[in-house]
Design a protein around this ligand. Structure first.
Ligand code: MG
Length: 254
């Protein structure tokens, strides 16, 4: 009787050990399964060649390489009348703003700009220009190096909507970069806004606008508001009567 009990106890313990081992093994397998299930294979992004020192990457559309104004036209219609010089182009006062012949929606835009080395005037009259995404939404260009003006109108502001996080301006006469990531607004059939636009902006490699929401088109006074437009619209550069120069402009459609 005793012998039988002992045998049955050993048998029970063996089953228990086997059970525990199986349980531990299954936990380990589950762990492996979980690790593997988060890995995504076969969806590698397109291989591109990044440019050196702000040169365009291989998949960019070059809008200005300094040799011609072929990608640009006057916003009044006809040829862009800005002056080609110093490997870029400079505003010709009173010739008017210019815009791209092509239209764009969501994009990454690289722009280099320079305000005049000789400082004349102050506040909004010093090195003022602007980059208008979809001809409506302005990232302000201004000589904001030791130049007092309203904060939501300084360089790198989403004009009258968002103050930049920091003032990353170089001295007047030096080339500066803007890298702009733009998410275009979307509209319903009836013209109502479906999704707002967003801006992220780096100036000279420094984040100055971090995914800020557009409140509508850029207006000088009063509240910004949305007005339905095409999903893709040109990019415009502003003639604000200051001799601002641009060079090395390229864009990647997203
Ligand atoms: Mg402006």
């Amino acid at each position: 009787m005793k012998k039988l009990n002992l045998r049955s106890t050993i048998k029970n313990i063996s089953f228990l050990i086997l059970g525990i081992a199986a349980f531990l093994f299954s936990i380990q397998c589950d762990g492996q399964d979980n690790k593997e299930s988060t890995a995504i294979w076969g969806q590698d992004p397109v291989v591109i060649t990044p440019g050196n020192e702000n040169a365009p990457p291989s998949d960019a559309i070059v809008l200005l390489d300094g040799t011609n104004l072929d990608e640009w036209e006057s916003t009044k219609g006809g040829e862009a009348k800005w002056k080609l010089e110093d490997g870029g182009m400079t505003v010709v006062k009173k010739s008017g703003s210019i815009r791209t012949k092509k239209a764009f929606g969501d994009c990454q835009l690289h722009v280099e700009w320079r305000s005049p080395a000789i400082v004349v005037d102050d506040s909004q009259d010093r090195g003022n220009s602007g980059i208008f995404l979809q001809e409506r939404y302005e990232v302000q260009v201004l000589d904001s190096y030791e130049n007092i003006t309203y904060s939501n109108g300084m360089a790198g502001s989403i004009y009258k909507q968002h103050i930049p996080l920091v003032n990353a301006c170089r001295e007047p006469g030096e080339w500066q970069t803007y890298d702009i990531i733009f998410s275009a607004p979307g509209f319903k059939e009836n013209g109502e806004i479906e999704k707002p636009g967003y801006f992220t902006v780096l100036q000279n490699g420094v984040l100055i606008q971090n995914h800020v929401e557009l409140k509508g088109l850029t207006v000088h006074s009063g509240k910004p508001y949305y007005e339905k437009h095409n999903p893709k619209e040109p990019i415009a550069l502003q003639d604000h009567g200051c001799l601002v120069s641009y060079r090395n402009i390229w864009i990647r459609e997203l």
